[in-house]
Design a protein around this ligand. Sequence first.
Ligand code: FMN
Ligand code: SF4
Ligand code: SF4
Length: 437
Amino acid sequence: MANLHSVFAGIHSPNPFWLASAPPTDKAYNVNRAFEAGWGGVVWKTLGEAGPPIVNVSGPRYGALHTPDRRLIGFNNIELITDRDLELNLKEITEVKKLWPDRAMVVSLMVPCEEQAWKAILPRVEDTGADGVELNFGCPHGMSERGMGAAVGQVPEYIEMVTAWCKQYSRLPVIVKLTPNITDIRNPARAAKKGGADAVSLINTINSIMGVDPDTLTMSPSTGGMGSHGGYCGPAVKPIALNMVAEIARDSQTAGLPISGIGGVGTWRDALDYLALGAGNVQVCTAAMVYGFKIVQDMADGLSNYMDEKGIGAVADIVGRALPTVSQWQFLNLNHITKAVIDQDSCIQCGRCHIACEDTSHQAITATKDGKRHFEVMEDECVGCNLCVVACPVPQCITLRSLKPGEIDQRTGKPASATHGDWTRHPNNPMRISETA
Ligand SMILES: Cc1cc2nc3c(=O)[nH]c(=O)nc-3n(C[C@H](O)[C@H](O)[C@H](O)COP(=O)(O)O)c2cc1C
Ligand code: SF4
Ligand code: SF4
């Protein structure tokens, strides 16, 4: 079995699967059970400064987007940072870390954007024996209205300033957790690096409203008939988070800065996507909230089996492996041609591919042949767009094949070219680079 040992920003854990700062890491009871189940590390639910405890609503704080068969694909919350006493949290963190010395214990923090507030809390956290701190610059509701969370994460200058204070007042590795509610994720990541961050983690939740109750035409979920926007997470946000992770990993100004990938991770495949696109480890919240702590066992087995099959000896060897294949549209090979192929043996003749292609693509799939239902691709119309592949309910029933160099494209009547030709040199591009350049 492959060794899943992970070192992230100098923090060791037996595997790269950490629980993100959220309800799963809210108290010793949860974290002890999570470690028993096999999680490599946790980021403790965000602590605030000492004082009167945080107050949450007593109405619904969670909402969800389901598929028609009730699988949860998106999750929304209006929960604030921990509403438990600071002293109790610090005591429990100390005890849990002592019990589980081999697991990563990172403590998430959010205090006012004042040097004194950070200076006061950091030594308290260090005294617990924790392995690192994560700065919550991402919470998009409630705390941001009080000038914390996303209100800091949306201003690179504040990120840099607070990160620098944390590096000054603590010896612990500092992970800066970024908000996705920003136009260009590279700016806060660059600010974190400038401030001396040891790593960034992303994403925190995305501003969201789940919908409206059709009977009352009030926002839903609501507390006593009123609602406020919340933070969106779960499987639906993964592609958005992956793009942001890859953007930071590819940016020359943040090159080498460790990234903890968060957003929609629930399986080893999700984790693999993050690792290959530049994350050093992953954090999980929604999947653990919906399916429980034991999902980590399948995640660890799956990643380990994959590594064995591929002959990959260490998690670090996966990190960033797919990055060289991430490019910009202008560099894609416009000479590469694909066509859809339908496997008649697995086709259940539902007709969805025909409707999709007929109504919104290139009218390239038959509905009948010799008077019978029959679905077949007409290569002289197909542009290889992939719509039928994603619309077909049968996995692998429709695939795309690439034309070999020299093979005639029935649509254009021209042979497929073996040479790369992208937009930067295309004759239709008024800004093209000349062939002699
Ligand atoms: C109910 C709930 C509470 C959360 N509380 C916090 C928090 O206190 N601090 C924090 O940094 N992130 C918090 N998050 C964000 C998660 O840590 C994570 O960034 C986000 O949910 C994306 O991961 P996921 O798709 O696996 O859920 C919370 C998320 C949820 C759903
Ligand atoms: S790949 Fe696109 S154009 Fe080709 S058959 Fe499928 S939907 Fe139609
Ligand atoms: S969508 Fe798939 S299963 Fe349905 S007719 Fe088309 S190829 Fe067959």
